[in-house]
Design a protein around this ligand. Structure first.
Ligand SMILES: [Zn+2]
Length: 407
């Protein structure tokens, strides 16, 4: 066997095995190889195993120096493109102002929508690039980025165009999602906006290949189940996958709708109860938990332990956004999922790799196996568990994407 690069001196090579989501107990089944090596050719993994068993030839040999290697992490949920900031909201909230008072003072999500609409393409790109760089430094090799701060089809398209440009200049694999976030504030405009989305925006996004999925925020104060269903049917007609923000504050049937329509993932689930847990555990939909939101807003944590014990396939994301989760590190999100959601260290790694890939509809990612892209991380430590143990310092030394060291 011939390889472009052989990485040797790996203290532990750690990965989930086999394509497809890992449910329940299987989230704890990792393969750990000691004194390991990885052979890379044309950007992909061609061989992994014990260093002593490598029989091929490599053009270059790189020493990992006795450090652990894990798959590149996948952040399946971010809102990394926005303008403006929510610092005044943060100060007001932490000084005792209510959500209504913050909204009345011109803050909240609508301030982000105004600032994002006012920003140029280049401004949005310049603002988002360092956020993506932070996520890469934290171990993310694939990053989902949503629109959703537009308020008109044109503003959503502008966000998706910024995400497309971001993808062109970033070494990470960027997966774009059209997020239909919140309805217009004036009730009378709701149904005409809905038909604009169905008749203009979704077909245009599909035609221009600007997103792979449509995500909808289903909540008492956002879109209702019947409205989401109409939007999702239109998305499916255009071969777009579907995802939901649901059960964040109330269970109004979003999770059930997602499961019924074969959503890739239902994200949030802080308010999900036993009924919802049983339903998602029995489905093929990924349960994505976002611990940064619970930490930042002080809302209850998603019952991660109960979801895994019930047999669900759980993923973890940062939900990077200015209002509810200013979390710029995917490895920190995994570390938080162990503390706040009760995942084990093994489950956290699976939630941030192979299951997160499935939440984005990607088959061959999040694993260190022949045939997968050579996306992996060399940790600072010889023990992979440092990845989810460490808080506040970066446990990652090198980031490789497509067989190239990008950091
Ligand atoms: Zn979100």
């Amino acid at each position: 066997m011939k390889a472009d690069v052989l990485i040797t001196g790996i203290s532990q090579l750690v990965t989930a095995q086999g394509a497809g989501p890992k449910h329940g107990r299987t989230m704890r089944e990792l393969k750990i190889v000691g004194q390991a090596a990885i052979a890379i050719s044309a950007g992909g993994i061609v061989w992994t195993g014990r260093e002593s068993e490598w029989k091929g030839q490599a053009k270059a040999i790189i020493q990992a120096g006795g450090r652990a290697v894990v798959p590149g992490l996948i952040d399946p949920h971010t809102h990394a493109v926005w303008a403006g900031d929510r610092l005044a909201d943060f100060e007001a909230r932490t000084s005792g102002s209510t959500y209504e008072e913050i909204l009345a003072a011109g803050g909240g999500i609508r301030s982000t929508i105004r600032a994002t609409a006012a920003a140029s393409h280049d401004d949005l790109l310049a603002l988002a690039k360092p956020r993506i760089d932070s996520l890469i430094a934290s171990g993310a090799t694939t990053i989902e980025v949503k629109s959703g701060y537009g308020f008109t089809p044109a503003a959503e398209l502008a966000m998706l165009e910024a995400i497309q440009s971001l993808s062109a200049i970033s070494p990470a694999r960027i997966i774009p999602t059209l997020l239909i976030h919140i309805p217009p504030p004036i009730a009378a405009e709701r149904s005409s906006y809905l038909s604009q989305l169905c008749e203009e925006l979704i077909p245009e996004v599909a035609r221009r290949n600007l997103a792979t999925a449509v995500d909808i925020f289903v909540e008492k104060e956002a879109w209702q189940v019947a409205e989401a269903e109409e939007l999702f049917h239109r998305a499916k007609q255009h071969d777009l996958a579907i995802k939901l923000h649901s059960d964040q504050f109330h269970c109004i049937g979003g999770l059930e709708l997602g499961i019924r329509l074969g959503a890739l993932s239902v994200d949030h689930l802080e308010a999900s109860g036993p009924e919802q847990i049983v339903k998602i555990a029995a489905s093929s939909t990924i349960a994505t938990i976002l611990p940064g939101v619970s930490l930042h807003l002080g809302i209850p944590s998603t019952p991660g332990r109960k979801l895994v014990d019930a047999g669900a396939a759980v993923a973890v994301g940062t939900d990077l956004n200015p209002g509810s989760s200013p979390l710029f590190s995917i490895s920190e999100a995994l570390a938080l999922s162990v503390r706040l959601n009760g995942l084990t260290v093994e489950e956290a790694l699976v939630a941030g790799t192979v299951n997160a890939a499935c939440a984005l509809g990607i088959k061959d990612a999040g694993r260190l196996e022949a045939g997968c892209p050579a996306d992996f991380l060399v940790l600072q430590s010889s023990d992979w568990r440092d990845l989810v143990y460490t808080l506040g310092a970066n446990p990652i030394r090198d980031v490789w994407i497509g067989g190239k060291k990008v950091r």
